[in-house]
Design a protein around this ligand. Structure first.
Ligand code: M6R
Length: 610
């Protein structure tokens, strides 16, 4: 939530900061701003709405061309409405300091009260304006700005990634992190600070993923990283980013989301590389250091939670491991976790690896001394670093706020885990394991052939159903998590109310809502043991004049308003064909309704606040 960037070097800083903000806009896009020192004054330019509004203001301003240091911010509102006065950077009352911040200072009201009593005044509703004035206040008692910053940050409770600039020393930038991502990009004669790598990947691939409790002091040709608590220097490993900026571009597609949906065959190929050892084994050396779980707890949020629920079926069915899948924001606050370090393992799933609730759940599990596995996409993210072992999904950068290829990659790794543990637990017949591995091998090519037809059908159906006010998505067994995901995609992208249900639950209340204007999307693969049951649920809806789209296979006897036939795959791997249909349908409805597909309202890609 929120993207921050700082640049200090030998090039005009404002265009670099604006370019970086473009790559960070997925993190928040309700307002934006930047700051720099010009003619010994701090200059702050801010605007509500999308980044283009800010760009226009910057062009009109025209004073920035020569500055070599600047900071910038793109916001997802936490404190205060998305108005210009709440946009970052925020300035201290004495107009000496400017601060951009991602996170939440939980005790900001308390701190604000103290500052008000000292005569400070506030123009915004934000916690950030409190923090910058707290730093300013600490300057009175501390020998220099670094000590003042450290003191203020020690007083602040909560999550932050910040970048600070000083009117009196525009050749230095300060940055710090606690529970929010912050990456230092090390160039030649220039340095970058940002919430995510794409913000500066056009300029450097050498990065340091800052740790919680670290402060960075950067100049154009120099930097030091210090511990926040005692300001002692620490040495940090520089890593080289392997993926290219091209992976974070639209590549000719109308939206990132569409590109990412169509990337799914490649994601499957990449995810399986090095995993398929021979015709009956999955290679997951990462898991060898960890006990085979007697019980597995999967913890995640949103789409990653749905992937976990889907994986639960495979891990239980194939590997005979009892699995409990939990929402991270619930798990982290459970009074008792009731975990046994000798039997339980916690698997946290997160595309970004930075989701605040999932990270907190991971930490809670570690406190309980159970082994943890992180299933993440972003290399070097907090969860990837803190879990006892990490499995990377290798899906490449996912830019669209709505998660698509990340879920496919998570499902793929969960499939691999289930097959891996099934072999070690001897719980799955060799024949079934081999045939499943065979299907996995041909999955990418199969999906790639099917995607164009799926897209055509999704487009046609979107035109028919885009005016609906509400939608149900129904599934049973492994299709239930997909129904949840289908509903989430539709609501987040098109703002149409949609609910996913286990089909058997319909008659326990929700069916009361059905009328001719309330369509239902039924997931009814042919082979599922549940086919007959889901067919009955569908007929019950039709008996109440509800319209039905049935996603099914050729040869089934479902009479729906719209039959969407996709090829058959045996078992839960069918999900790898169902999911893209749901994604494409939501994509097309959203685009047809003229919504902002890649950046839906009120959302942000990486939810680093509670
Ligand atoms: O980065 P994470 O996988 O931890 O993110 C979890 C959710 O915030 C995320 O999946 C969210 O639900 C997506 N916007 C859904 O499309």
């Amino acid at each position: 939530m929120c993207g921050i960037i700082g640049y200090i070097g030998h090039r005009p800083a404002v265009p670099i900061v604006l370019e970086g903000l473009e790559h960070l806009e997925y993190r928040g896009y309700d307002s934006a701003g930047l700051g720099y020192v010009f003619n010994q004054d701090l200059k702050i330019i801010r605007s509500s709405g999308k980044l283009n509004n800010l760009k226009e203001k910057v062009i009109n301003e025209g004073s920035s061309l020569t500055v070599m240091t600047a900071i910038g911010h793109t916001r997802w509102a936490t404190h205060g409405a998305p108005e210009e006065r709440n946009a970052h950077p925020h300035m201290s009352n004495d107009k000496r300091l400017a601060l951009v911040h991602n996170g939440i200072i939980e005790n900001y009201l308390e701190l604000k009260k103290d500052l008000l009593s000292l005569g400070y005044s506030f123009k915004s509703d934000t916690d950030t304006e409190v923090l910058v004035n707290l730093i300013s206040e600490c300057c009175h008692s501390e020998p220099d700005l670094l000590h003042a910053l450290a003191k203020a940050l020690r007083m602040a409770k909560g999550a932050f990634a910040i970048c600070l600039m000083d009117r009196e020393a525009p050749n230095v930038l300060y940055a710090a992190r606690n529970q929010a991502p912050l990456i230092f990009g090390q160039g030649v004669g220039e340095n970058f600070i940002a919430s995510d790598v794409p913000a500066f990947l056009n300029y450097t691939r050498d990065v340091v993923f800052l740790e919680d409790g670290q402060i960075l002091v950067a100049q154009s040709g120099d930097h030091k990283i210090l511990r926040l608590n005692d300001l002692q220097s620490v040495s940090c490993e520089t890593q080289r980013i392997q993926w290219s900026m091209q992976a974070a571009q639209k590549g000719g597609y109308r939206h990132f989301m569409l590109k990412e949906i169509f990337e799914q065959p490649n994601v499957i190929t990449d995810g399986l590389t090095g995993r398929l050892e021979n015709n009956d084994q999955i290679n997951l050396p990462e898991l060898e250091r960890i006990l085979i779980p007697k019980r597995l707890h999967i913890v995640a949020c949103g789409t990653s939670y749905h992937a976990g629920l889907w994986g639960e079926h495979l891990l239980e069915h194939w590997a005979h491991i009892p699995v409990q899948t939990e929402i991270a924001s619930e798990f982290r606050y459970k009074e008792e976790l009731l975990l046994d370090p000798n039997e339980d393992v916690v698997l946290v799933i997160s595309q970004s690896g930075e989701t605040a609730d999932t990270l907190a759940a991971l930490r809670r599990a570690k406190e309980a001394k159970v082994k943890t596995i992180g299933l993440c996409n972003v290399v070097g993210s907090s969860i990837a670093r803190e879990a006892d072992c990490v499995l990377y999904t290798q899906a490449g950068p996912e830019i669209s706020v709505a998660s698509t290829k990340a879920m496919t990659s998570q499902m793929l790794m969960l499939t691999c885990m289930a097959l891996y543990y099934a072999r070690r637990n001897k719980s799955m017949s060799l024949g079934l394991r081999q045939s499943t591995l065979g299907q996995l091998r041909s999955l990418a090519q199969f999906l790639s052939q099917e995607l164009p037809q799926m897209h055509t059908m999704a487009k046609a159906l979107s035109r028919k159903y885009a005016q609906a006010k509400s939608f149900f998505y129904l599934g049973r067994g492994y299709c239930f998590p997909l129904a949840l995901e289908g509903a989430l995609k539709l609501k987040e992208l098109s703002y149409i109310h949609a609910e996913g249900y286990a089909a058997g639950e319909m008659k326990h209340g929700p069916i009361a809502l059905i009328d001719p204007t309330f369509p239902t999307f039924v997931l009814a693969p042919a082979e599922s043991e549940m086919y007959a049951k889901i067919k009955s649920n569908m007929v019950e809806i039709q008996a109440r004049q509800g319209q039905v789209i049935a996603l099914t296979n050729p040869g089934t006897d479902l009479a729906a308003d719209d039959r969407w036939e996709i090829p058959f795959l045996p078992g839960p791997l069918m999900a790898f064909l169902i999911l893209p249909c749901l994604q494409l349908f939501s994509y097309e409805v959203s685009d047809y309704l003229g919504k902002d597909v890649d950046q839906p309202r009120n959302l942000a890609k990486s939810v680093t606040v509670e």
